[in-house]
Design a protein around this ligand. Structure first.
Ligand code: DGL
Length: 284
């Protein structure tokens, strides 16, 4: 059982930012990544459609790939569908992702943080409940939501000029709405793939936080608690063994392979995003 792969899915390539952290934290594991690019972006789809796609993908990963755990590497899909998935598959460990508000508030010196995410995530009951819990826990803090319409789609399609324009627009919006903001939460798994553009347009000193390290840590904990961890590579320094990565999708799989190669190498190059995310991130 422990030799089976971990399934990871997203509406497209965004979940590669989560996959990268999973591969770092769990070098002995095999992964199957499913990109639903044929139906992206989820942020512009109705809830019922997203829920139905998530169920369909999960069932295919269980039946055809024999996955031992599932990581829903998409904030939008987590907010809409994770409770259905857990209800339908109570024996499968299912780890989701939500915007890393807590680590952002913990690291923010100004107590002002902005959350960049899809409108669908920000308007969901799950996010609203999270923001309300955080407002209670940090009564002096200010949490500003910045819906980033079009950004996930632009990253997905590789439209560099549009990504740049939108990153400039949304970082400016965050800084104007909360002039003391010192921490930006990347609340969509696509956004870490545009980190360089975001950094270019952000004032110096602004920190970025995403949930990938927390999701990886939570996955390792869940698998460990269930006795499902694959044996980790031995030796020092640890060998970056890659027992396998299978890429599947509802779109162009050759394009996905090229994108995965590029983005996984790039993520390794730009390094981790924020120290807060390492200390205490958020998984759903
Ligand atoms: N990567 C996604 C997220 O974390 C979804 C973006 C989209 O498909 O709209 O929200």
């Amino acid at each position: 059982m422990s030799a089976r792969p971990i399934g990871v899915f997203d509406s497209g390539i965004g979940g590669l930012s989560i996959l990268h952290a999973l591969q770092q934290a769990l070098p002995g594991e095999a992964f199957v990544y499913f990109s639903d690019a044929g139906h992206a972006p989820y942020g512009e789809r109705p809830d019922a459609f997203i829920a139905q796609r998530c169920l369909h993908i999960t069932e295919a990963l269980i039946r055809q790939q024999g996955i031992k755990a599932l990581v829903v590497a998409c904030n939008t899909a987590t907010t809409v569908a994770i409770h259905w998935l857990r209800q339908r598959h109570p024996d499968l460990p299912i780890i989701g992702v939500e915007p890393a508000l807590k680590p952002a508030l913990e690291r923010s010196a100004s107590a002002q943080v902005a959350v960049l995410a899809t409108d669908r995530t920000l308007s969901s009951a799950k996010y609203q409940a999270l923001a309300a819990r955080m407002a209670q826990a940090y009564p002096h803090a200010r949490i500003v939501a910045v819906p980033c319409s079009g950004l996930a789609g632009a990253i997905e399609s590789g439209d560099v000029a549009l990504v740049d324009t939108l990153c400039a627009r949304y970082t400016a919006q965050a800084c104007q709405t909360a002039p003391g903001v010192d921490t930006l939460v990347l609340g969509c798994t696509h956004y870490p793939l545009a980190l360089e553009a975001l950094r270019r347009h952000a004032p110096t000193g602004l920190a970025f936080i995403d949930s990938a390290p927390a999701v990886a840590r939570q996955t390792r904990l869940r698998l460990g608690a269930m006795g499902l961890l694959a044996p980790q590579p031995k030796g020092w320094p640890p060998q970056p063994a890659r027992p396998g990565l299978q890429l599947l999708g509802s779109g162009d799989v050759h394009a996905l392979q090229a994108q995965a190669k590029r983005h996984l190498a790039h993520l390794a190059h730009v390094g981790r995003i924020g120290e807060g995310a390492q200390a205490k991130g958020q998984a759903a």
